[in-house]
Design a protein around this ligand. Structure first.
Ligand code: SAM
Ligand code: SF4
Length: 452
């Protein structure tokens, strides 16, 4: 048995990293280590990193500077490990240039962490575990979650899409799906533990497939687990949206009416260069089908501005597409060249930084206006909110999300985190709705009877 050490893990980036950190906690606890409450109390500090844009890297470099100082100050030995996409992407460069790092491990190598840590402590070896796997899904590892109403659950890992701007296929490897029996067993035990909502995760979640059992079948099976009030999923790709999936969302009151549908760009030439495999017309047809199949569905998106060679007119295509589609909200990014991608190898990063800024500012302004207009249409209606927390900013209030993912804030006594409350919306401000509680809801029954 290795020495038991106190471990602290800090997570950057996407929800998949949040989930992976929960897996890492489980693997390390299983190896006899314990979890430290903060970095000051830890002997091992792990940073679970992201590589999706350059600013994700910059954050980690800044954090490493702080950890270097912390290591030097401590009277006991502190080791620093880098996990996740940045470790996988930069590999030896990271160890060669940042001597405060003791070991690195990529997203498919977390089972090796206890060994890496043991060797690093015993011999000082700067270990690396970076093999990408075609099969690793961490089945059998029971994540240590931090509580709350939502549980993340990765149902597939990796991505085969090779969008030309994206580093994910290089840092997380090929697509592989988890056995549905294992997923369902995990969801059942989450319901027993009191979780009300599960969010199914995958880099390309709707390409989930085990033989004839696809994503629509999986969502339907998860929705049938007693006690699960809400099912969400992220991130889907527009190419994998069969009608059967939309029907499952429409049919099951506890599958949330919110779809995150990354657009990326509104110009067909740019979409083609991005290797997104759909045209803007096909994307908009899919949105129309979603809206007719799932009345009231909220749709959000991701957009990149300043992709290599994007002209002013092509940016206007994106602007106009966003005006037409009217997303509920959007994450808008400036293009950031990523090492190893097709775009980095073949396309010049030739849109000037000022131009990228100008474009992002215009899209953010447009989206703020549209979000505000959509949210105003909620005023006067009664929505069902899954209570998540008592927000610090609004003492005496509760906050949670509607089925359509709108952050909703309301005052009240006697609410409980995890219950569904009916809230009459009185006003909207920015991306939030404000209202008053008008009762408790049995969301599932009500929506089921509404659906006939
Ligand atoms: N799998 C999802 C999809 O198909 O769109 C997206 C996952 S990615 C982690 C999240 C978002 O980051 C992408 O949708 C894209 O908008 C953005 N992104 C990815 N690579 C980027 C890059 N090189 N520069 C700027 N934004 C990027
Ligand atoms: Fe990246 Fe494209 Fe895969 Fe999304 S679908 S993770 S953007 S390669």
């Amino acid at each position: 048995m290795p020495d038991a050490l106190r471990i602290y893990i800090e997570t950057y980036g996407c929800q998949m990293n949040e989930y992976d950190s929960e897996l890492v906690k489980s693997l390390l606890s299983g190896a006899g280590h314990s979890l430290a409450a903060n970095e000051h109390d830890a002997e091992i500090i792990l940073l679970n990193t992201c590589a999706i844009r350059e600013n994700a890297h910059s954050k980690i470099y800044a954090r490493l500077q702080q950890l270097k100082a912390l290591k030097a100050k401590k009277s006991y030995r502190v080791s620093v490990g880098i996990l996740g996409c940045m470790a996988q992407n930069l590999r030896d460069d990271l160890l060669d240039t940042h001597h405060e790092i003791d070991f690195i491990a990529g997203p498919d190598s977390y089972r090796e962490l206890p060994d890496l840590i043991g060797r690093s402590r015993k011999t000082g070896e700067k270990g690396r575990a970076l093999a990408l796997s075609r099969t690793e899904t961490y089945s059998g590892v029971d994540p240590i979650r931090s509580g709350g109403v939502n549980a993340w659950i990765a149902v597939m890992r990796g991505c085969d899409n090779m969008c030309s701007f994206c580093v994910v296929p290089y840092t997380r490897g090929r697509e592989r799906s988890r056995d549905p029996k294992g997923v369902l067993a995990e969801v059942e035990s989450l319901a027993e533990a009191g979780y009300k909502q599960v969010t199914l995760l995958g880099q390309n979640v709707n390409s989930y497939r085990i033989g004839p059992f696809g994503f629509a079948e999986l969502v339907e099976a998860v929705a049938g687990v007693p006690g699960i009030e809400r099912v969400r999923f992220t991130s889907p790709h527009p190419k994998d949206f069969p009608e059967s999936l939309l029907e499952v969302i429409a049919r099951h009151p506890n599958v949330c009416s919110h779809i995150h549908l990354p657009l990326q760009a509104g110009s067909n030439r740019v979409l083609d260069l991005m290797k997104r495999t759909y045209t803007i017309e096909e994307f908009e047809d899919l949105v129309a089908k979603m809206r007719s199949t799932i009345p009231g569905v909220a749709i959000s998106t991701d957009v990149i501005v300043g992709f290599p060679t994007e002209t002013d007119e092509e940016f206007e295509d994106t602007y106009r597409a966003m005006e037409r589609v009217r997303f509920d909200f959007a994450f808008i990014f400036k293009y950031s060249e990523r090492h190893g991608t097709y775009a980095a190898k073949k396309l010049p990063d030739d849109v000037a930084p000022e131009k990228k800024t100008e474009r992002i500012v215009r899209l953010v302004d447009l989206q703020k206006r549209i979000t505000g207009e959509i949210n105003k249409t909620y005023v006067g209606s009664t929505v069902e909110v899954l209570v998540e927390e008592e927000p610090e900013k609004y003492p005496g209030h509760w906050s949670g999300r509607t089925d359509t993912f709108k952050n909703t804030i309301f005052p009240g006594e006697g609410c409980k985190i995890g219950e569904i409350v009916r809230v009459e919306i009185e006003r909207s401000r920015g991306s939030a709705l404000f209202g008053r509680a008008v009762g408790r809801a049995a969301e599932r029954e009500k929506r089921a009877s509404a659906a006939g």
